[in-house]
Structures are given as structure tokens and as C-alpha cells.
Design a protein around this ligand. Structure first.
Ligand SMILES: [Cu+2]
Length: 150
């Protein structure tokens, strides 16, 4: 084997390991809430939204980690998925049902989200269903506490 070939083989192997360890997490739309409300993931994992008839998913662009890519699905787009590489917390809503409390969270990484205090500050700037966003942030914090991540 030439050294370039060896290098390629090693790089491919590393990629394969990374692909194998990345997980897919299912978030279900259930009437007026997300199941689970808070998803815990590792960097590189994928979140897949299911049962989306009558629902959509959109990130709160001020409540995702710095440099993370915002997302928005079409209405009813079952199977829509996002891969999250940046550590931190991601808040998202379903636009038709945000006022009913359809706000969810993803926490990427195994420690307290670096953008947690920014999220807490940004809740004050949410125009629609601020109380529901606040509730989702509180629930996320409770789960972080239960997991010893806060
Ligand atoms: Cu909905």
C-alpha cells in the first residue's frame, strides 16, 4: 500500500467510527406537545421529527448555540431531520400549536449547556406564547438538574 492509500484508509475508518457512533433521536408530535419534551444528544447526532401531520418544527434562532444552523420544516413534514454538531441547548416550537405549549428542547453534550443563560435572557424577547417558552426552559432545567448537568 502506498502511504497515500494508507492515509485514506485511516481517514475512512475514522469516518466510519464517527458515523457508527452518531445516533438518531425521534421526537414525536403528539396533539399539542413534543414527546419527549427535552431530548438529550451527543454532537453529531440527528433529531428526526415524526407524526408531523398538522405540525411543523422551527428553531428559536436566538435560543440555539452560537454558530448553529437554524431550522424550519414544512407543515406536515414527517421525517424532517436535523444534525446538531454544536454543544448547547436548542429550543424549538411548532408554529400552529406554540400557544398550546408545543415548545421543545434538545440538549447536545453531557454538561450544562454553554448558552443556557443566554436562552434564559432571550425568553423575555419572545413575542408569542412567552409563558410556554418559559415553561419549556424550566422543564429543560429540571431535567438537567436530574441528570446532574446543571
Ligand atoms: Cu403542532
Amino acid at each position: 500500500m502506498h502511504s497515500t492509500q494508507k492515509l485514506c484508509a485511516v481517514a475512512l475508518f475514522a469516518l466510519a467510527i464517527q458515523a457508527a457512533s452518531a445516533e438518531e433521536h425521534i421526537v414525536q408530535a403528539v396533539i399539542d406537545h413534543w414527546q419527549p419534551q427535552t431530548t438529550f444528544a451527543k454532537p453529531g447526532d440527528t433529531i428526526k421529527f415524526m407524526n408531523m401531520t398538522g405540525h411543523d418544527t422551527q428553531s428559536y434562532d436566538t435560543m440555539i448555540p452560537d454558530g448553529a444552523k437554524p431550522w424550519r420544516s414544512e407543515l406536515g413534514q414527517t421525517g424532517f431531520s436535523v444534525t446538531l454538531d454544536k454543544e448547547g441547548a436548542y429550543l424549538f416550537r411548532c408554529n400552529p400549536h406554540v400557544s398550546m405549549g408545543m415548545v421543545g428542547a434538545v440538549v447536545v453534550g453531557d454538561k450544562s449547556p454553554p448558552n443556557l443563560s443566554k436562552i434564559e435572557a432571550e425568553v423575555a424577547n419572545v413575542k408569542l406564547a412567552q409563558n410556554m417558552v418559559n415553561r419549556a426552559v424550566k422543564k429543560m432545567k429540571q431535567e438537567l438538574e436530574q441528570k446532574g448537568m446543571k
